[in-house]
Design a protein around this ligand. Structure first.
Ligand SMILES: Cc1cc2nc3c(=O)[nH]c(=O)nc-3n(C[C@H](O)[C@H](O)[C@H](O)COP(=O)(O)O)c2cc1C
Length: 305
């Protein structure tokens, strides 16, 4: 049998395979570039970038949990200008899709950040709407249709780049939010961001994170992510990128059967930096063994009872 075709096209952007490094777990790729050629990945979603540099939250801001981690890094990043002048040119020398992940405290922050990126050769912009809307008392943008809609609208009018809105799972009905951002011009949605969690040290009676609460990620969240990807892909007509607890090639196949056109891997990279590379090989083997010629042929092919 011929080598299976792993390429996917997401709103006009060609990925050589469907595996993207998830934002915040891969920095700007530099540390991993020393281990293997970044060209092996379908794409890289860069660390969440804001209009101005941010120091992030006070430590401790990361803790292990059964089958996962809890984090409250708080969007530590060098700011969009440094991203554009330093990190982006280095990444663009690598033959992989480069996605800028942006966040903001106000609609204006998002729009200005997107506008700056519009003049660059970044391939795509991912909107992290799981951060607080400062003017609305700190409620997360993505937990209401109005918040998600406002950010998407502002960014849509600020850039012609393809935009992918990253949805938070901390909502009652994620399909409503997905439909709202699709109506405002999102080219794709990615999900899920982390699930809000908390742990307490019973000796000190202090929460394990200085921020008290944080986002849960890793294998523990995988079934939640599969469920939400399945629901959202049945509710919208734009591509869905599956994220949350993916560890290996079998998880990627499962997520794509649920309806994901591509996937992102995050926490798994902390335990094994080679996890995405191994997963790509496992996906290729699965396709060959099952005589499937194109990875895109399995998208949404789950057969519900
Ligand atoms: C330490 C850490 C930092 C993260 N930072 C960001 C970020 O800056 N922007 C963002 O959209 N998501 C961020 N995420 C969320 C991940 O991109 C991903 O959505 C989530 O961790 C679920 O996938 P996983 O279980 O494969 O890690 C972060 C996750 C972790 C663990």
């Amino acid at each position: 049998m011929i080598k299976p075709d792993l390429s996917v096209n997401i709103c006009g952007v060609e990925f050589k395979n469907p595996v993207i490094a998830a934002s915040g777990t891969y920095g700007f790729g530099e540390e991993y570039d020393e281990l293997y050629p970044l060209e092996k990945l379908g794409g890289i979603s860069c660390k969440g970038t804001t209009l101005n540099p941010k120091d992030g939250n006070i430590p401790p801001r990361i803790a292990e949990t059964p089958s996962g981690i809890l984090n409250s890094v708080g969007l530590q990043n060098p700011g969009v200008d440094k991203f554009i002048s330093y990190h982006l040119p280095r990444l663009k020398k690598r033959d992989t899709v480069v996605i800028a992940n942006i966040a903001g405290a106000s609609v204006e922050d998002y729009a200005l950040t997107a506008q700056k990126l519009d003049d660059t050769d970044v391939d795509m912009i991912e909107l992290n709407i799981s951060c607080p809307n400062v003017k609305q008392g700190g409620a997360t943008w993505g937990v209401s249709c109005a918040g998600a809609y406002a950010v998407t609208k502002a960014v849509r009018s600020a850039t012609k780049k393809p935009i992918m809105v990253k949805l938070t799972p901390n909502v009652t009905d994620i399909t409503e939010i997905a439909k709202a951002v699709e109506a405002e011009g999102a080219d794709a949605v990615s999900l899920i961001n982390t699930l809000l969690g908390m742990r307490i040290d019973i000796k000190t009676r202090r929460p394990v994170l200085h921020n008290n609460v944080g986002g849960l990620s890793g294998p523990a969240v995988f079934p939640v992510a599969v469920r939400m990807v399945w629901q959202v892909s049945n509710a919208v007509n734009i591509p869905v990128i599956g994220i949350g607890g993916i560890s290996d090639g079998a998880d990627i196949i499962e997520m794509m059967l649920a309806g994901a056109s591509a996937v992102q891997m995050g926490t798994a990279i902390f335990t094994d930096p080679y996890a995405p590379i191994k997963a790509i090989e496992q996906v290729e083997r699965y396709l060959s063994d099952n005589r499937i010629e194109k990875i895109s042929d399995i998208v949404g092919q789950v057969e519900p009872w």
